[in-house]
Design a protein around this ligand. Structure first.
Ligand SMILES: Cc1cc2nc3c(=O)[nH]c(=O)nc-3n(C[C@H](O)[C@H](O)[C@H](O)COP(=O)(O)OP(=O)(O)OC[C@H]3O[C@@H](n4cnc5c(N)ncnc54)[C@H](O)[C@@H]3O)c2cc1C
Length: 280
């Protein structure tokens, strides 16, 4: 935990994979599954992008060695998508193949809308031959309902979230009610997709998704509810106690600032939490 300042610790499990595996063990002990994320985005050169790929490979091996219940998430700009698509694709393929060897699963996080199409293209270029890879779609984007329909038709594994990036009104809904309505509509569609993941801390969205999944005849083992480390932990445990599959997204690493900033921007109480701790 050396470089990790105390301010980010509520949302970030630690500096390195050893800290992260400790956090996974504690969550697994409570019946919660985990997605591990090595923080990082916007790698600037080949060396940085290759180092990120190596970290993801070693994360998969550490998960297998330690026997914890965790899969991984990564961002394609971390693998070099912004400056070398070929490099990003090669690294993603290596990581997905390693996940297959370890009988694990890789989720490609979705970043800002300038990356949506390239991320989907890269995902689908691997998806048919590699079932151990999944994607994220963001209800805030106007295009997402069509992307969900496409994902359902192609049998893709989707995590549905609202979307954490600031977007132009030309591509995204600006009204929260519209985002919420789109979230519910997309969740209904995902009842027909394999292993849909409902990633939100919003009770109304969770309730609507559960209703849609029940109506479609899905069993509790057919889908996952997902939340972020350090956010609404009590609610996550309540949902688990109802016998639902709950997965916590656990980020670790030293490049925590953009992730931390997005969590603060989402909710002013988080800023108050940070300030209170700072002054204490
Ligand atoms: C597992 C997981 C994976 C994700 N992956 C991606 C991704 O790949 N790409 C992407 O763009 N976004 C991702 N996100 C982030 C997501 O898009 C939202 O930015 C974030 O989850 C906040 O939206 P919400 O759905 O929780 O609803 P909101 O409307 O923001 O919040 C609903 C309620 O949840 C609680 N809550 C929400 N956020 C916080 C918080 N930060 N602190 C405390 N309480 C809070 C509050 O009670 C709030 O009223 C992911 C989220 C999760 C849970």
């Amino acid at each position: 935990m050396r470089a990790l300042t105390f301010l980010a610790r509520r949302f970030v499990a630690g500096d390195d994979v050893t800290d992260a595996i400790d956090a996974v063990r504690a969550l697994n002990a409570e019946g919660l599954k985990v997605t591990l994320d090595n923080l990082g985005e916007d790698s600037r050169d080949q060396a940085q992008a290759l180092a990120a790929a190596e970290e993801n490979l070693s994360m998969l091996r550490r998960i297998a060695e330690s026997g914890v219940d965790a899969n991984i998430s990564l961002k394609l700009t971390q693998l070099g998508l912004a400056f070398d698509e070929r490099l990003a694709k090669d690294s993603l393929l290596r990581i997905v193949e390693e996940a297959e060897r370890c009988k694990n699963f890789v989720r490609i996080d979705m970043e800002g809308s300038q990356w949506t199409q390239k991320t989907l293209d890269l995902f689908y270029s691997l998806h048919d031959r590699h079932p151990g890879v999944g994607i994220v779609l963001q209800a805030s984007l106007r295009r997402t309902e069509a992307d969900v329909k496409d994902a359902v038709a192609r049998g893709a594994r989707v995590r549905l979230c609202k979307g954490a990036y600031k977007e132009a009104v030309s591509v995204a809904f600006s009204d929260r009610k519209e985002v919420d309505a789109n979230y519910d509509a997309c969740a209904r569609l995902l009842a027909k997709a394999p292993a849909p993941a409902i990633a939100t801390h919003d009770d109304a969205r969770i309730t609507a998704a559960l209703k849609a999944f029940d109506a479609a005849g899905l069993a509790r083992s057919d889908y996952e509810l997902q939340m972020l480390y350090g956010i609404r932990s009590k609610r996550a445990r309540e949902l688990r106690a109802q016998g639902r599959i709950v997965r916590i997204y656990v980020p670790y690493g030293t490049h925590w600032l953009p992730y931390f900033y997005r969590r603060i921007r989402e909710r002013k109480e988080n800023l108050l939490f940070v300030l209170r701790n700072f002054f204490e």
